[in-house]
Write a protein that binds this ligand. Structure first.
Ligand code: NAD
Length: 319
């Protein structure tokens, strides 16, 4: 029987599919330092992780029973992918399953920013009954998203999902991508109607200069932040920045400085440089809408991730 360890959990839909196909599955979380001995003792064939568990060279070298490593999600920074493949292990992930969820979170942050929900939600419980009129005044200069320009950096799966939603809201969309020159964005409406827009990508600096909001959807690229103090300097005064991609893409110190100087009006962050211990200064900042890396954390995305992993495992072992 093929044995699978889903060390960071897997959705019920994924469990049911694997068990129905005769696979043994454990969802007990094994601490990182005990993983090698547990995998060897139980002779697991497959280890599935999300972002918490790391599959590095030591595990790949010392666990001969492992045939497959699976990542529920997109980014595989926690797995030594090339080394695993060189050593005959199959490596799979679920690139498309969470795109819609991340794209929706971008809009959660956008709406939170333009209507100051991040601030109102913090202060209403403390002051709402005694300071209502002042709070009303403090959060009155809201903005509408429609007709404003959204700049999307990284026009892959998530970037394009973001574009769909922005077009639906009546926003102007600009996109930049290192490798994609244009993309057809198809909106499918509830009544079966479909409309396709072709968006040509532009240079990043041009996008930064023209956008009211900039949102990042690229993988982590080396150690230098993509959005440095210099790049923030190119952005429109009073604009907003959203990062739901990876911590480290934005220079957090430069971002806080820009917010303090009111160069930028607000930011939305789902990812942080030093996860899981982000900078306390950032966390306390009163112009940032923030979430603890929950871009893919919807029931729908988790179901799709579990099923996509199960399908790939089934086809690998049953071929
Ligand atoms: P994708 O591969 O479909 O798209 C990424 C795009 O970025 C590609 O089109 C690529 O050409 C482009 N790109 C790469 N380097 C670039 C650069 N230096 N400048 C400009 N463009 C560049 O990936 P995706 O599925 O859209 O995911 C995007 C990011 O979202 C990933 O970093 C992933 O880790 C992150 N993500 C976060 C969460 C979350 O929970 N917050 C969930 C899923 C994915």
């Amino acid at each position: 029987m093929i044995k699978i360890l889903a060390n960071d959990g897997i959705s019920k839909a994924g469990i049911e599919k694997l068990e129905a196909n005769g696979f043994f599955l454990s969802t007990t979380n094994i601490p990182q330092e005990k993983l090698i001995s547990e995998i060897n003792e139980q002779e697991y064939d497959v280890v599935l992780v999300r972002s918490a568990t790391k599959i590095r060279k030591d595990i790949i070298d010392q666990c001969p029973s492992l045939k497959m490593i699976g990542r529920g999600g997109v980014g595989m920074d926690n797995i030594d992918v090339d080394y695993a493949k060189e050593n005959g292990k199959s490596v799979i992930n679920t690139p498309a399953a969470s795109s819609s969820s991340v794209a929706e979170l971008v809009f959660a942050h956008l709406f939170s920013m333009v209507r100051f929900l991040y601030g109102a939600n913090r202060r209403m419980p403390m002051e709402g009954d005694t300071n209502f009129k002042n709070l009303k005044k403090a959060y009155s200069a809201g903005k509408e998203l429609q007709k404003r320009t959204l700049g999307i950096i990284g026009f892959g799966r998530i970037g394009q999902e973001v574009a769909k939603r922005a077009i639906g809201l009546g926003m102007r969309v600009l996109a930049h991508d290192k490798f994609i020159n244009e993309a057809n964005i198809s909106l499918n409406f509830f009544n079966g109607d479909k409309k396709t827009f072709t968006i040509e990508t532009i240079e990043m600096d041009e996008l930064l200069k023209q956008s009211d909001f900039v949102t990042l959807h690229i993988p982590k690229i080396g150690d230098e932040p993509l959005i440095s103090a210099e790049k923030i300097g190119l952005m429109k005064n009073g604009s907003g920045l959203i990062n739901t991609s990876r911590g480290g893409l934005v220079d957090e110190t430069a971002l806080m400085f820009a917010l303090d100087k009111e160069k930028l009006a607000y930011a939305g962050l789902d990812v942080f440089e030093n996860e899981p211990n982000p900078s306390i200064h950032l966390l306390m900042h009163n112009a940032i809408s923030m979430t603890p890396h929950i871009g893919a954390a919807t029931n729908e995305a988790q179901d799709r991730i579990g099923i996509e992993l199960a399908d790939q495992i089934i086809s690998f072992f049953k071929k």
